[in-house]
Ligand binder design. Structure first.
Ligand code: IPE
Ligand code: IPE
Ligand code: MG
Length: 244
């Protein structure tokens, strides 16, 4: 089906409110094209642009892309450095256009391991978009679901100790409010590219009832048509949330 038709069709049914994307396969794409891993990541960043545009076209509320995990520090120094540089440079290059398109950009993740200066530059650039009310684009950067829960538990313990909250008040909603994703609805649909079938520590609390969609396509080759395909497939599914 033609892309434009897919968009029209998707708009006729309830859309997922929030889509999470595990953008995997940049390294294998690079090997296939006889180039460096960092060039693969650069092509991956270009694919993000297309998916953000498609998200706006279809009228999605929340898109979260997994850019760098707390486990990705295990890669070579050269690749880690290249990724950190690419992420901040892409943000600086794109933020004005993103903001002009009414997109709200937020980074979610741990501060641990990132310099204060790096963190400050991210916040300063993202802030340019915070007056907007269109697509919410979340970049999961230095993100790990387990680290997120550890930081939440640690803050909760502190707030119990200082009497700000009582331990009797701890429930699902309260814990959710201590996560990086506070006030962001849980993802309805999770997409992973490159033929791997795992979550790799992405939104593990929030994705408890997410619909999962996998493709063999390597992330730099992922395009708007396949993104719409995932949405149309999602719309055919029946979600139960444990009920009959
Ligand atoms: C995904 O591509 C991007 C990041 C994890 C930052 P990979 O770099 O994991 O690509 P493969 O899995 O090695 O092909
Ligand atoms: C997940 O991909 C992290 C990101 C896409 C940023 P990885 O390539 O790091 O995941 P594993 O190591 O194959 O599980
Ligand atoms: Mg990978």
């Amino acid at each position: 089906m033609e892309y434009k038709k897919m968009v029209d069709q998707a708009k006729m049914l309830a859309l997922p409110k929030h889509i999470g994307v595990i953008m995997d396969g940049n390294g294998r794409w690079a090997r296939k094209h006889h180039t460096t891993r960092i060039n693969g990541h650069k092509r991956g960043a270009e694919a993000v642009r297309e998916i953000v545009e498609a998200s706006v076209e279809v009228g999605l509320d929340y898109l979260t892309v997994y850019a760098f995990s707390t486990e990705n520090w295990r890669r070579s120094k050269q690749e880690v450095h290249g990724l950190l540089k690419l992420i901040i440079n892409t943000l600086m290059q794109e933020i004005d256009e993103l903001a002009a398109n009414n997109i709200v950009v937020r980074f979610i993740g741990s501060k641990k391991g990132l310099s204060d200066d790096y963190h400050k530059r991210i916040t300063e650039n993202c802030q340019k978009s915070w007056k907007n009310n269109g697509l919410n684009l979340n970049v999961a950067m230095n993100y790990g679901g387990k680290q997120e829960i550890i930081e939440a538990v640690s803050s909760i313990v502190k707030d119990v100790e200082t009497g700000k909250i009582s331990s009797d008040d701890i429930d699902h909603d309260m814990l959710s409010d201590y996560l990086y994703t506070k006030s962001i609805p849980d993802p309805d649909l999770l997409i992973r590219t490159s033929g791997e079938f795992r979550l790799s520590n992405f939104l593990i609390w929030q994705a408890a009832y997410a619909e999962l969609w996998f493709t063999e396509t390597l992330w730099p080759d992922f395009n708007r048509t396949e993104f719409l395909q995932a949405i149309l497939d999602y719309q055919k599914r029946q979600r139960r949330f444990g009920a009959t």
